[in-house]
Design a protein around this ligand. Structure first.
Ligand code: CU
Length: 93
């Protein structure tokens, strides 16, 4: 769930190799939902739109800290829309 100005993630810890289905929507205006790796390379993205849910699938390949950033200018606090996702090594590694 995106809103001015932040993301609410129902879960922010995943494992390498675990397929993740993201359901992305917005509570107010249009936002972007971009997942960035530790080098700030974009690895998955969709739009966060009011009254609509976009679904994206991603399987993390490397453990580490990822960031979710808004990709569409949505107001004065746009730059503050940062959430983190932690990806743990695959089970049994
Ligand atoms: Cu924004």
């Amino acid at each position: 769930m995106a809103r001015q100005f932040g993301f609410e993630l129902s879960k922010n810890k995943f494992r390498v190799g675990q397929p993740v289905e993201f359901h992305v929507t917005s509570e107010d205006v249009n936002h972007g939902f971009g997942i960035y790796d530790e080098k700030l390379q974009l690895i998955a993205q969709t739009q966060a739109m009011p009254e609509y849910t976009n679904t994206i699938y991603y399987t993390f390949k490397k453990p580490g800290k990822y960031q979710v950033l808004c990709m569409e200018y949505c107001g004065i606090g746009h730059h503050a829309m940062i959430s983190t996702i932690e990806v743990l090594p695959a089970q049994g590694e």
